[in-house]
Design a protein around this ligand. Sequence first.
Ligand SMILES: NC(=O)c1ccc[n+]([C@@H]2O[C@H](COP(=O)([O-])OP(=O)(O)OC[C@H]3O[C@@H](n4cnc5c(N)ncnc54)[C@H](O)[C@@H]3O)[C@@H](O)[C@H]2O)c1
Length: 272
Amino acid sequence: MTWLNLDGKVAIVTGGACGIGKACSEGLAEVGCSVVVADVDGPGAEKTAASLKDRFGGEHVSTTTDVTSKASVVAMVQTTLEAFGQIDILVNNAGILIPRLLVDPAGREELTEQIWDKMVAINQKGYVLCAQAATRVMIKSRRGGVIINMTSESGLEGSQGQSVYAATKAAIYSLTRSWAKELGEHNIRVVGIAPGIVEATALRSEEYERAVAYTRGITVEQFREKYEQVSIPLGRSGKLSEVANVVCFLASDRAGYIHGTVLNVSGGKSRA
Ligand SMILES: NC(=O)c1ccc[n+]([C@@H]2O[C@H](COP(=O)([O-])OP(=O)(O)OC[C@H]3O[C@@H](n4cnc5c(N)ncnc54)[C@H](O)[C@@H]3O)[C@@H](O)[C@H]2O)c1
């Protein structure tokens, strides 16, 4: 038995094909979980699941899942039950960031209804649909479980040019607290993780950097410099594995009394 004792647990990781989700999938597979890599990028999810088998052994599967679609989320849960017969851990992680100004007098990067709808659908509705579908199974099984919601320290801080993203992340703090109040009696723990600035992922694309630099009135080069030099008390950005390590700890019984709260993994950057 290992210290975390997660061997044989079944974990679903949404947005598990790349970035933080991939790192979480790897971390959970390394400590003995069977991982369901769920992502709208089906081939990416398949590749990640295959790499888990190669690197860590065990059984892992992928599903092409759009977290904004109830039917797709129900199919994700079905795939998990067919493969492993249970769900112990849900990592609600799939999220997107499209920088936009509330009002752009130049008319270039202004928030539209479509962008609002898209970000809220993935970053909020997606979390609700996945938590609801997984919780149904956890309650029915009477085995308890853990839901880990990936939010962001920008959810409490706010973020220039990223107000909708930050608002969707703030909602996740609230959902985490409320679900904890609802699900504690079923022995289902609900916790959030708020990463700060971490190693670049697909989220930090050229398009993202161009748009966010524009919304802050600086060049992409200045944004990159400022981004790297921003005052992080630990003096460096976080590793994806450092987020994954916290996921593994929170998923385990070692974190058995951590419930209804959000942990910063931000090198001390956040004021929250
Ligand atoms: N990267 C950061 O600096 C950072 C900081 C704080 C919080 N976060 C949060 O971490 C999470 C992961 O971010 P990341 O940086 O790894 O991003 P990423 O873009 O690298 O990965 C996101 C994954 O989600 C998937 N995805 C997108 N839409 C989906 C949908 N509708 N259904 C299913 N999957 C979908 C993508 O295909 C991708 O694999 C997000 O919730 C993000 O808000 C990231």
